[in-house]
Design a protein around this ligand. Structure first.
Ligand SMILES: [Zn+2]
Length: 300
């Protein structure tokens, strides 16, 4: 598995970007806590106290029907996603404030709420913080995640575990896909570079929309440039095929020799934060179907 990623403005994004995250086929659960790894803070949000067990409850409204083609058709209306934030830092490096995390969740609700994916809402359940220099700097290909994630992950298949660290040179984040959950539930989740949070230091990518992009992957979406100009691409009909990642917000550039414009405003492209404003109805349909297939909680 390789990493899904967004490149920084300084480093061209890796081309073979969007898949899941570790090269190792085994989920390694290591119960041995390294000396330098210490969970130094854990707190529950007020909402967490009010909704103590909501992780384990039915968090989805809607109805599922079987279509003419025999496939489950999702009709989701209100999918509340519990979010567990894990701050990984190295001494002072990587610290983020509670207010930044609050603003990050608000940005997710704003981005998804203004789109056809508005059935998904995000609720912060709690934040923990770990001081560990190797976890802080690990690139997406690092086996460190096989150790880190199982130690920190919380909740069921519908719970979003959002890890904040420095990710590694050239990456702004990476995510696992819904289909990965079954085989590797403990590695499920999203990692984003801490400087991309609202108020972070990464100019152009510091409004919280990198998390929106990565959570798009976590919901089953690919990049519009997946597969270039040929093939099934991102499995979505209303995002024009695209030869390469778009990194600049130039409108009107035609895509793959077609009459359609390159989707520079799509959240799943590589353009700067202020350019990425859209999900399409086709992406919503795919995310709904992926949710129904892989992340729908079992009714109590
Ligand atoms: Zn991506």
């Amino acid at each position: 598995m390789t990493a899904s990623s967004v490149g920084t403005p300084l480093t061209p994004p890796p081309r073979a970007a969007c898949q899941t995250q570790t090269p190792d086929d085994e989920v390694k659960v290591d119960n041995d806590t390294p000396a330098e790894s210490k969970v130094v803070k854990e707190k529950e949000s007020e909402q967490d106290k009010l909704k103590k067990d909501s992780d384990n409850q039915q968090g989805t409204s809607g109805e599922l029907t079987t279509g003419a083609d025999g496939q489950v058709q999702a009709r989701l209306t209100d999918v509340r996603i519990p979010v567990h934030v894990h701050v990984i830092r190295s001494a002072e490096a990587g610290k983020v404030s509670a207010d930044q995390i609050k603003q990050q969740i608000e940005q997710l609700n704003k981005d998804f709420g203004a789109s056809p994916l508005s059935m998904f809402t995000f609720q912060l359940m709690g934040t923990d913080e770990t001081d560990n220099s190797s976890w802080f700097t690990a690139p997406p290909t690092s086996s460190v995640y096989n150790e880190m994630k199982p130690k920190l992950r919380k909740g069921d298949k519908n719970a979003l575990n959002l890890y904040l660290n420095d990710v590694g040179e050239g990456y702004l984040g990476f995510a696992t896909f819904p289909a990965d959950y079954r085989a590797k539930p403990q590695l499920d989740g999203v990692v984003v570079k801490y400087t991309t949070l609202p108020g972070g230091s990464l100019t152009g990518y510091n409004t919280g929309k990198i998390a929106t992009h990565e959570i798009g992957h976590w919901l089953g979406l690919y990049h519009p440039f997946q597969g270039g100009c040929t093939g099934p691409g991102d499995e979505v009909d209303d995002t024009p095929a695209e030869a390469d990642p778009a990194t600049e917000c130039t409108e009107g550039v035609k895509s793959c020799g077609s009459d359609s414009d390159i989707p520079v405003h799509n959240h799943m492209n590589y353009t700067p934060d202020n350019c990425r404003t859209e999900f399409t109805p086709g992406q919503a349909k795919r995310a709904e179907n992926q949710w129904a297939a892989y992340r729908q909680p079992t009714a109590a």
